[in-house]
Design a protein around this ligand. Structure first.
Ligand code: PAF
Length: 281
């Protein structure tokens, strides 16, 4: 496994791989790899000849009062996990390499960021879209893989790939969960044992909603009220949002008449957790 931190060296490596007629799968991450990332890597390994993983805690997607400095990092463990997952090359650029001294170009989307997480994290999707665009230009993969846990991020990336004419297939991969149902996330590492135990209410509320909808409930406000009560049964939980929306546009829906995205963001102490499920009537 090769580790590259320089942009030009990374682009040259990927060019050479493509010239050999090989296909490249790419898994962009911010490190602190967990089972969810491993699933993306495994799928990438199956889809293509060559597997690239990037590890870069992207400063532009964190707001001023967010957890950039505290974001969990464990480079040594990540290398071991990547090697075991059959990664061919890891790209680990520094902030200075990714964003030069006179950096001033950003990728913004008109609509998708003005929903869900984008409302409380106003710079987040600009940062994600910018870094992913830059990484796509450097690696130029055939396939890039992203988890469905970050549903809005996946929607933003699909949109930018379509809008900016990247010829990259975006592969969404189902959320990987702990044995009690909590969606895997690097941020779960922040939870105290008590918070960790209670955090299962997010998953529970999504399943309850699915049961309601499968039982014929069409009123989005009734489904959201029940989810709110379930989540607030957790001590210290603070709801950022509970939304039922169109899975493509992310616009709110009042009546559930087809597949509907239920998305949640909940603060547990200092930790912000997200989860989602597409509800099927
Ligand atoms: O999902 C993540 O880990 C990040 O948002 C991503 C896509 C690697 C961009 O920094």
């Amino acid at each position: 496994m090769e580790i590259i931190s320089d942009k030009a060296a990374m682009a040259i490596r990927c060019d050479a791989v493509r010239r050999e007629g090989k296909t490249i799968a790419f898994v962009p991450t911010m490190g602190y790899l967990h089972q969810g990332h491993l699933t993306l890597l495994k799928e990438g390994r199956n889809l293509c000849d060559y597997l690239v993983l990037s590890i870069f805690v992207n400063p532009t997607q964190f707001g001023p009062n967010e957890d950039l400095d505290a974001y969990p990092r464990d480079g040594e463990r990540d290398m071991k996990v990547a090697r075991e997952a059959g990664v061919d090359t890891i790209f680990t650029p520094s902030n200075e390499i990714m964003y030069g001294p006179n950096y001033q170009t950003y990728v913004t989307l008109e609509n998708l960021p003005h929903h869900l997480c984008g409302l409380s994290r106003p710079v987040h999707f600009r940062g994600v879209a910018t870094v992913v665009t830059k990484l796509f230009n450097i690696v130029q993969p055939h396939v890039a893989l992203f988890g469905e846990k970050d549903f809005q991020q996946l929607a933003v990336i699909r949109q930018l790939v379509a809008d900016l004419d990247f010829s990259i297939k975006i592969q969404g991969v189902a959320t990987v969960r702990e044995s009690d149902g909590l969606a895997m996330s690097s941020r779960n590492a922040y939870l105290t044992p008590e918070q960790r135990k209670n955090a299962v209410v997010l998953y529970k509320s999504l399943n309850q909603a699915q049961e309601q909808v499968a039982g014929g409930e069409k009123d989005a406000s009734i489904v959201m009220e029940k989810a709110k009560a379930t989540i607030l049964s957790m001590p210290g939980a603070e709801i950022d949002y509970i939304r039922l929306c169109d899975p493509q546009t992310l616009d709110d829906v009042a009546a559930i008449t087809g597949p509907t995205l239920m998305a949640l963001a909940v603060k547990v102490g200092q930790t912000r957790l997200i989860d989602n499920k597409v509800l099927e009537p």
